[in-house]
Ligand binder design. Structure first.
Ligand SMILES: Cc1cc2nc3c(=O)[nH]c(=O)nc-3n(C[C@H](O)[C@H](O)[C@H](O)COP(=O)(O)OP(=O)(O)OC[C@H]3O[C@@H](n4cnc5c(N)ncnc54)[C@H](O)[C@@H]3O)c2cc1C
Length: 275
């Protein structure tokens, strides 16, 4: 959403599936997503989660074969059969190919250039911590700024903007500890820093990781495991990241987000009885 504070500038800126056969069980986009913003615990591969020492069963048990770091380089075939060439030199024969293209800010045609706002390569409108663009009278919030592209974030950014500019209650948007999810099967939920991000941010993180079979999988004999990982700041004992791959992970992480936002320590987590 673009918010134009000028009334008469003339710039025309207004408020602005799947695995059909055994031959096809590939999930490219999920991997790209994991590689981008989620803790590698979710990737469920021993080499990507050494602390957990867990078998690669969480996603693989579903028959999904991941190809980390690969892109599709070519597709040949017809409506009934396709050969999909990958950048690692392998070829997948499949009935169906599904491509998830991702999203980018749709800012073309808004007249931004006319008012001196240059978007970045993705089309995102640059803003500062107050959501102000380089043109001081023009603010931008939500997906067009390509910060954290989620509904509650866009709403919160708008709320902060309104409070600050119109409500006389100046405050800044806090983009930390926003939980996010990949609605894959099994799903992934995440909040706070990944292990890698924690190190980059100067923390000396202690990692608590676990993998286990949920009771329903134990009883039914399914091998699929749930994977969980906590990232804890060694000096303060605060939990600064939580990551989960397994049933209901998104909802569980939404609840944990409150504890992490409130600064709960690993001791607080340990002292909490769960049934
Ligand atoms: C398939 C999908 C699933 C998603 N699932 C989730 C989810 O589970 N949880 C979650 O939190 N988020 C989810 N999102 C993201 C969420 O939808 C966005 O982050 C959120 O809608 C951003 O709000 P926004 O106001 O910035 O943009 P939008 O909601 O896109 O609103 C922008 C509005 O501007 C209008 N517009 C565009 N150009 C012009 C113009 N020139 N003039 C006037 N109006 C214009 C559009 O029509 C639209 O109404 C999902 C998104 C997609 C695509």
């Amino acid at each position: 959403m673009l918010l134009n504070l000028l009334k008469d500038d003339g710039a025309a800126l207004s408020h602005a599936d799947t695995h059909r056969t055994q031959r096809m069980a590939r999930c490219f986009k999920l991997l790209q997503f994991l590689n981008r913003g989620h803790d590698q615990a979710g990737a469920a591969h021993p080499q990507r989660m050494p602390q957990c020492n867990c078998p690669p069963l969480a996603i693989d048990a579903r028959g999904i074969i991941l190809h980390p770091g690969c892109t599709i380089t070519g597709v040949t075939g017809d409506d009934n059969a396709k050969d999909v060439a990958l950048s690692d030199g392998t070829t997948i024969s499949a009935d169906t190919l599904m491509v998830a293209t991702g999203r980018k800010p749709m800012t073309d045609g808004l007249g931004l250039e006319a008012v001196g706002i240059e978007t970045d390569q993705s089309g995102a409108i640059p803003v500062d911590e107050n959501s102000m663009t380089p043109v001081p009278s023009i603010y931008a919030i939500g997906d067009v700024t390509n910060r954290i592209n989620l509904t509650p974030v866009a709403i919160a950014e708008g709320h902060v903007f309104a409070d600050t500019i119109y409500g006389g209650m100046a405050r800044l948007m806090d983009h930390r500890n926003v939980p996010s999810a990949v609605f894959s099967q099994p799903p992934i939920g995440s909040v706070g820093l990944t292990e890698e991000q924690a190190r980059q941010d100067g923390f000396d993180p202690v990692i608590y990781a676990s993998s286990f079979r949920a009771m329903k999988n134990t009883i039914s004999g399914r091998e699929e495991k749930t994977v969980m990982k906590l990232v804890v700041d060694q000096s303060s004992n605060k939990v600064i990241g939580a990551h989960m791959l397994g049933p209901d992970a998104p909802e569980i992480m939404q609840g944990l987000a409150i504890a992490i936002k409130a600064g709960a320590t690993k001791a607080d987590f340990d002292a909490t009885m769960l049934s």
